[in-house]
Design a protein around this ligand. Structure first.
Ligand SMILES: Cc1ncc(COP(=O)(O)O)c(C=O)c1O
Length: 357
């Protein structure tokens, strides 16, 4: 038998979550964000489940080409655009769409003579202050693009900095106001909303929505669970107990003995550690499910193993099933305990993890 840890990808959960996007944004086209290997779920595996999406967005050009070569005919958008003229040739050859967010890209595009026009998403910096042209730069950039023989459809886009935050309303409204002011009268398609904006700000939906995290069944909000949003977890990381130890009061467990018990305690050793993608900094108390019941992590997570307190789960022993996150144990809950977000845990699955569907 091989090492028992694996990530199970539930394709029907991805399909369901896409239907939730459609329910919230019925009049928008959906650009499924599948960057970072579809947030750790596997590019082609996730794309297959998300096939009804109107487009796909990512930033790795080799992944975009793979998707095109796999027969997907929808819009495939590169969220950071291109980094060289050679990549422009790939974009042309594979009918990809590209974000334009910087003058360097504009210069490369203007100097490029494609045989067919390229569809571009012109990115505006409305307050995120990460990528995008300023509102002052925008009119001249738009004129340059419109005049270029290299450019076909132009879509205007921006990205929100605080749509996920409980007190982010003012920020979202300000960004939206900026965007609408420059987009007014241009008669160009628009794209603004990530998962949080799709769920919380219908006025941002426009022509294309760009959901990522909600497709994978995690919540973009700290205060609302995925279940409350009717999202299903698409990834369940499971393992088994491979050993047990009986601790006496005062015994420490694992490296550094950072956890010591003050009573007799049976501890289960789980095949799963930071080399699998489990966060090393997860503290004692982080929830772990054993035999379908909640237990707590104790001691320092090591490269290949972690420890759980089995005091409350008398029947558990070697071979008992363990869920590290997924069905029955939301990734957001584990992430919160580890001081991070579900996004990071999903994307950080290690290459050695066996992924099954
Ligand atoms: C430009 C852009 N649009 C959409 C998304 C999807 O965001 P989320 O996963 O929060 O839905 C991202 C993700 O970071 C992004 O960078």
């Amino acid at each position: 038998m091989s090492r028992p840890i694996q990530a199970l990808i539930d394709l029907s959960a991805l399909e369901h979550n896409l239907s939730i996007v459609r329910r919230h944004a019925p009049r928008s086209r959906v650009m499924a964000v599948i960057k970072a290997d579809a947030y750790g779920h596997g590019l082609l595996r996730a794309a297959e489940a998300l096939r009804p999406a109107d487009g796909f967005a990512m930033l790795e050009i080799d992944a975009a080409v793979r998707l095109r070569e796999a027969g997907y005919r929808q819009t495939i958008l590169l969220l950071e655009g291109f980094f060289s003229t050679e990549e422009l040739a790939w974009i042309e050859q594979h009918h990809l769409s590209t974000v334009i967010h910087h003058h360097e890209q504009l210069a490369m595009l203007s100097a490029y003579g494609p045989r067919r026009r390229l569809d571009v998403f012109l990115k505006l910096n409305t307050g995120m202050n990460r990528l995008g042209f300023t509102l002052e730069q925008f009119p001249a950039v738009l004129e340059t693009l419109k005049a270029s023989h290299a450019v076909g459809q132009i879509t205007l886009m921006t990205h929100f900095a605080r749509a996920d935050e409980a007190d982010g309303n003012e920020s979202v409204v300000a960004q939206l106001r900026c965007f609408n002011a420059v987009a007014a009268g241009r008669n160009l398609p628009r794209s603004l909303a990530n998962s949080a904006a799709i769920l919380r700000y219908p006025q941002t939906h426009a022509d294309w929505v760009r959901p990522g995290i909600m497709l994978y069944g995690a919540s973009p909000f700290t205060g609302r669970t995925a279940a409350e949003l009717d999202l299903y977890p698409a990834m369940t990381v499971s393992s088994r107990i491979i050993a047990t130890q009986m601790l006496k009061p005062g015994d420490g467990v694992g490296y550094g003995h950072i956890f010591r018990t003050d009573r007799p305690m049976r501890v289960g050793i789980v095949a799963g550690g930071y080399a699998d993608g489990y966060p090393r900094h997860a503290p004692a108390g982080t929830p772990v499910m054993v035999s379908g019941r909640r237990a707590r992590l104790v001691g320092r997570v090591s490269m290949d193993m972690l420890h759980v307190d089995l005091s409350e789960i008398e029947n558990a022993g070697v071979g008992s099933p363990v869920t590290l996150w997924g069905k029955g144990l939301p990734v957001d809950e584990v992430a919160r305990s580890a001081g991070t977000i579900g996004y990071e845990l999903l994307c950080a699955l290690a290459p050695r993890m066996q992924i099954v569907t």
